[in-house]
Ligand binder design. Structure first.
Ligand SMILES: Cc1ncc(COP(=O)(O)O)c(C=O)c1O
Length: 373
């Protein structure tokens, strides 16, 4: 295909302004005997009681559109979850069920960011934040991390005046960092005092190994919270997420959601209802397994000479290493993602996902030992 076709010349600038995610190409690099530590999705199967709820929904013909904002009983269940797990009161009307956290982020940024607005995003950070901000005409203003991959709070606060949005993500993809309650409180209070809305992406809230999760919305009312069933219940392909916050924000987000999605998949919404109202043991079993894998990966890499603080959450380790070492590990058939796929300041690191079996982690460490010793 010609590189500059007539069609290419007709593409809107906003599409040209963003790039394909740098993560995908590393999956494509995988050979049949490669061990993938690149994936940002649980390797567990969706728990059976959740699958059965979807099957029931199909058999009972619950396959039509739902309300735009989602099934009332699911929004009610999410509202109860906010109260019991996060200590926040959101009326069910303050919740929109979306096609994954990805859509929730997109509609929030579309609703809140005007052309030229500054959006504070950590660098490195999850790739969608900058792309969604750019699509809305906003401009990413990168927030630096300190040596231990935590947000530099003072530097962040200095950037708040005149910014439109601060995006928080604790636990963080790609760093695995869990920010303390003190940090989250300080950032939210400073942001809201400066008129900056906080968009808090909490999709990894249940995968924290040495501390407790803190929801940003506890510390201010100008906070939108995004979450999903994707990671918590190993449901990435089901595409269920949600956004919650001030009714005025939610009403505007709903318009955008309505015109791009109509509603999240009905069958998946019934499954999500079973997830939120059912037994939560499946979540703690997955958390325990991730913790064991994290410990195994961290101590294995440490023994091989990689010196970095133990990551507190999500299922990622962001490991300092030069490009040469990253390439050697890739050549040895262990697929990891170079840190600069997550932002300029990610260079000099590589992201390892431990959403893969202990056997794979052990085999990967073995391969790495042959190239780094
Ligand atoms: C931090 C973060 N937010 C949002 C998402 C998107 O989640 P979903 O699959 O629910 O759209 C991901 C997926 O990797 C993520 O890592």
């Amino acid at each position: 295909m010609p590189t500059s076709s007539n069609q290419m010349k007709r593409i809107a600038q906003r599409a040209l302004d963003i790039e394909m995610s740098g993560i995908r190409k590393f999956f494509q690099a995988a050979k049949p005997d490669s061990i993938s530590m690149a994936l940002g999705q649980p390797d567990f199967d969706t728990p059976d009681h959740i699958k059965q709820a979807a099957i029931r929904a199909i058999n009972e013909g619950k396959t039509g559109y739902t309300f735009n904002a989602g099934l009332p009983e699911l929004r009610e269940a999410i509202s109860k979850k906010f109260k019991s797990e996060n200590g926040i009161r959101f009326h069910p009307d303050q919740v929109i069920v979306t096609a994954g956290a990805g859509e929730a982020l997109f509609i929030a940024i579309q609703a809140l960011v005007n052309p030229g607005d500054r959006v504070l995003i950590t660098d490195p950070g999850f790739v969608s934040y900058e792309a969604c901000s750019t699509l809305a005409g906003g401009v990413m203003d990168p927030l630096a991390l300190d040596q231990n991959l935590h947000i530099d709070v003072d530097a962040a606060i200095e950037k708040m005046n005149g910014a439109r949005l601060l995006i928080l993500n604790s636990p963080c993809n790609p760093t695995g960092t869990v920010e303390s309650e003190e940090t989250i409180r300080a950032l939210v209070e400073a942001a809201n005092d400066a008129g900056v809305t906080v968009l808090s992406d909490e999709v990894y809230e249940h995968f924290i190994y040495d501390a407790k999760h803190t929801s940003a919305a506890k510390f201010g009312d100008d906070v939108l919270t995004v979450n999903a069933t994707s990671k918590t219940y190993a449901m990435t392909g089901w595409r269920i997420g949600y956004i919650a916050g001030h009714p005025d924000y939610i009403q505007q987000c709903l318009k955008i959601h309505q015109y791009c999605q109509t509603c999240a998949t009905s069958i998946s919404q019934y499954a999500a209802y079973a997830a939120y109202t059912g037994d939560q043991t499946c979540v703690s079993l997955m958390r325990d397994e991730y913790k064991a894998r994290r410990d195994m990966l961290w101590s294995g890499l440490h023994d091989l000479g990689f010196d970095f603080p133990i990551p507190g959450g999500a299922f990622y380790a962001f490991v300092p290493m030069d490009n040469d070492t990253t390439q050697k590990i890739l050549d040895a058939g262990v697929i990891i993602v170079p840190g600069d796929a997550f932002g300029k300041n990610g260079s000099g690191y590589a992201r390892f996902s431990y959403a893969t079996s202990r056997a794979n982690i052990s085999a990967a460490l073995e391969r790495i030992s042959t190239v780094v010793r």
